[in-house]
Design a protein around this ligand. Structure first.
Ligand SMILES: CC(C)(COP(=O)(O)OP(=O)(O)OC[C@H]1O[C@@H](n2cnc3c(N)ncnc32)[C@H](O)[C@@H]1OP(=O)(O)O)[C@@H](O)C(=O)NCCC(=O)NCCS
Length: 183
């Protein structure tokens, strides 16, 4: 791991290959648990990992979304996942797109890898062609919100959920990409 810490600049990003799904699922579970596990009820965390970070989840998602992985010395250290908008409250059109997941290995956060993944996703022709790009983020996730705001995302709504039995909310954020087409 110390070698990996010598520089985020050596990261390269490529499309996830099916044989890499177990490695990605492990990283996805770890980064999610590190980021949010302490806030969550253990049963909810377990269920969430099974539903959204497991090998079967990524097997299904490869067909319905694009998953790009950042690699350092052959090891997956982050990923971004994007595709059709799956946030019902967004009221999106079929041409709109969603950044569904953006995660970086906990030990390597804050070194520009998240920005590299985001740059790549937003430059994908499928995404540049979208009138609007949506994402959903916990309203207490100030680091991620700052990152998204730096790309022009703004809050367009909220969704409520329960976090360890207490009310919590996600922000729905949107980036309008073709202002001349809006309205
Ligand atoms: C959010 C995340 C993907 C960003 O990736 P990263 O590699 O750590 O971020 P970068 O080093 O590319 O930083 C990009 C920007 O993010 C913002 N940022 C990231 N972490 C931050 C923090 N802890 N506090 C404030 N801003 C932060 C800054 O605006 C930073 O801007 P800069 O490039 O001008 O410094 C990563 O920190 C992560 O995986 N976090 C845990 C999981 C998570 O929250 N995912 C998003 C769920 S919606």
């Amino acid at each position: 791991m110390s070698e990996a810490k010598t520089g985020a600049n050596s990261v390269h990003i490529e499309r996830l290959r099916p044989e890499e799904i177990p490695e990605l699922a492990e990283l996805a579970a770890k980064t999610f648990s590190d980021a949010f596990g302490q806030e969550m009820d253990p049963d909810d965390l377990k269920r969430s990992l099974e539903e959204n970070r497991s090998i079967p989840y990524f097997e299904r998602s490869m067909d319905t979304s694009k998953i790009m992985v950042a690699k350092q010395q052959g090891k997956i250290v982050g990923y971004v996942q994007y595709g059709s908008v799956l946030i019902p409250e967004a009221n999106a059109s079929p041409e709109d797109r969603e950044i569904g997941r953006l995660y970086v290995d906990t030990d390597l956060q804050g070194r520009g890898i998240g920005r590299q993944l985001m740059d790549l996703a937003l430059a994908d022709p499928e995404v540049t062609a979208a009138p609007n790009v949506f994402l959903q983020v916990w309203d207490q996730n100030h680091g991620a919100i700052a990152l998204y705001e730096s790309y022009g995302f703004e809050t367009s709504g909220v969704t409520q959920f329960e976090l360890a039995g207490k009310p919590a909310q996600d922000l729905i954020m949107v980036r309008h990409q073709h202002p001349e087409n809006v309205g």
